[in-house]
Design a protein around this ligand. Structure first.
Ligand code: SF4
Ligand code: SF4
Ligand code: SF4
Length: 497
């Protein structure tokens, strides 16, 4: 496919978003040629951040949380993720000092390797050095401990998942004050690495999610990450370079025996006993559970909880990239456990124990949504042929759970009235009925026993019919031999007199 066939999705909010959010380069794209307009991605999107106008689906950068669900469920593989592999290769080729920050879940994509072999493989393709992001995670958890002791908001939200930052900022802006203002593990690790290896060090993170790329671009993180690549990028890069990590000699790894943070409960497990006693600590994974608990927080139904949220069920091992690579969850988990068991703990790296500032701020980033009146909704519903409650089928085939949600999406410029299948079918039926009723040609519609189901005005006039013929045999108005022949043989009798 030619590059021009791919449409880079632009930020629908323009260079500066309605909420003041700065424009970021888009992360996901869509091949218009491949999209068949089935709306499956809209149905699957947890925050309905896809728009469809004139049969063109677009990811709305100002609303998307980069959970990757639409990529996984598109039956046409019409969506793609932007990759910074070339940028990293260019930096290496230019002689820049490029470092890698790895989460141990990378072993799920390389099930026969251990972490020491992964690091050796990264050196082989040009990285100066690679480290476990655990060193950053430990510091983030330490900051959570510090903040949790004197936290004033009713609940304390922690996460290793940039999709959760975006979910809160863009879709639950009133809860931003309950989100602990701490950078991601990768950002923390990148800050530490730059502190030790120099401000010109280029730190590249590797992960199983798409939102990490957003996190890397987020100015609030101090732009410490040069590029965020996925495990799929790494699989391809090693393949191209003919590097097989499992065949290389393993290197002892600093932090190999430290905690595993990017699994559900990983943060809570590594918090101090004091913090865990002070709060009711609960880890929730999967988008449904996250939105359910955030809805409860929004209503003020719960307080006193320290929550650890992961957008993907199973945490990073259930991330979209590993699912795209078809790594089943338990296989992924076993690969990580086995790989880490075979990894030798190395001497402390230069970055071990180094303190870096890991604070950040979160701002509400919800796009401005004006109030919509009941009258506006009713107007759009009637444009979709829904003038009574009974006509609101709420069938979901447009991608929205209810007809009202769909009407709201139309008003907000995200959807088109024509996306309603039952309405379009009704419209098509009405249009064909209008044509049949008004053409000058006689039309009779028969059932399987050749009884008249419908006769149009032209046929009534041509055949000079004076009485009701509906339900009667065709033989009552026309010689029926040709009809029986056509019906029993399936042959065309159009030229018979
Ligand atoms: S899932 Fe979305 S992107 Fe994929 S073909 Fe259907 S409408 Fe197009
Ligand atoms: S990545 Fe997630 S939030 Fe963004 S459009 Fe796709 S399904 Fe929706
Ligand atoms: S009836 Fe139409 S508008 Fe309502 S949910 Fe179904 S497809 Fe959507």
């Amino acid at each position: 496919m030619q590059r021009e066939d791919w449409q880079i999705i632009n930020n629908d909010l323009g260079a500066i978003g309605a909420s003041g959010e700065k424009h970021m380069n888009s992360i996901m794209g869509l091949s218009q040629a491949d999209c068949k307009g089935c709306y499956k991605c809209i149905r699957g999107c947890p925050v309905k951040s896809l728009s469809c106008r004139d049969e063109q689906v677009k990811v709305m950068d100002g609303e998307c949380i980069y959970c990757g669900r639409c990529l996984l469920i598109c039956p046409q593989n019409a969506k793609y993720i932007r990759s910074d592999v070339q940028k990293v290769k260019d930096a290496i080729a230019a002689g820049e000092k490029v470092y890698a920050s790895l989460d141990r879940s990378c072993l799920a994509a390389f099930p026969h390797a251990n972490m020491g072999q992964m690091i050796a493989a990264l050196r082989k393709i040009g990285f100066v050095h690679a480290e476990l992001a655990t060193l950053g995670a430990a510091q983030v958890t330490h900051e959570y401990d510090r903040l949790a002791l004197d936290w004033k908001a009713p609940n304390f939200i922690t996460t290793a998942c940039p999709s959760v930052y975006l979910l809160v900022q863009r879709h639950y802006p009133e809860l931003v004050s309950q989100l602990a203002p701490v950078v991601s593990f990768f950002s923390a690790h990148a800050r530490i690495m730059k502190q030790i290896y120099g401000s010109r060090a280029r730190v590249v993170s590797f992960g199983s999610c798409i939102s990490a790329e957003y996190d890397a671009q987020d100015a609030e993180n101090g732009k410490s990450i040069f590029a965020s690549l996925t495990f799929a990028d790494l699989v391809e890069w090693f393949h191209e370079a003919g590097v097989q990590p499992e065949k290389l000699e393993s290197i002892p790894v600093s932090g190999a025996k430290k905690g595993y943070f990017s699994r559900p409960g990983g943060i809570i497990h590594n918090l101090s006993t004091e913090t865990r006693h002070q709060w009711e600590c609960v880890a929730l994974d999967g988008m449904n559970r996250c939105t359910e608990v955030l809805d409860s927080l929004k209503k003020g139904d719960i307080s006193g909880y320290l929550l650890e949220l992961s957008a993907c069920a199973g945490g990073c091992l259930g991330g979209p990239i590993l699912r795209m690579l078809n790594v089943p969850f338990l296989v992924a988990k076993n690969a990580v456990v086995t790989g880490m068991n075979h990894t030798m703990e190395g001497p402390p790296s230069l970055t071990e124990g180094v303190e870096a500032g890991v604070k950040r701020t979160f701002r509400p980033l919800a796009p401005h949504r004006r109030q919509v009146s009941e009258e506006e909704i009713r107007t759009v519903l009637s444009q979709m042929g829904k003038t009574t409650k009974a006509q609101e089928l709420n069938c979901g085939s447009c991608g929205y759970d209810t007809c009202r949600e769909k009407a709201l999406a139309v008003i907000r410029g995200k959807a088109d009235v024509r996306m309603c299948m039952p309405y379009m079918r009704e419209l098509a039926e009405t249009m064909s009925a209008t044509v049949v009723e008004n053409i000058p040609t006689g039309v009779l519609i028969l059932d399987e026993k050749l009884r008249i189901e419908h006769i149009n005005p032209a046929a009534i006039s041509l055949l000079r019919i004076k009485t009701e013929v509906k339900g009667k045999s065709i033989g009552s108005v026309l010689p029926n031999n040709d009809f029986y022949e056509a019906f029993s043989t399936g042959k065309n009798v159009v030229h018979h007199k």
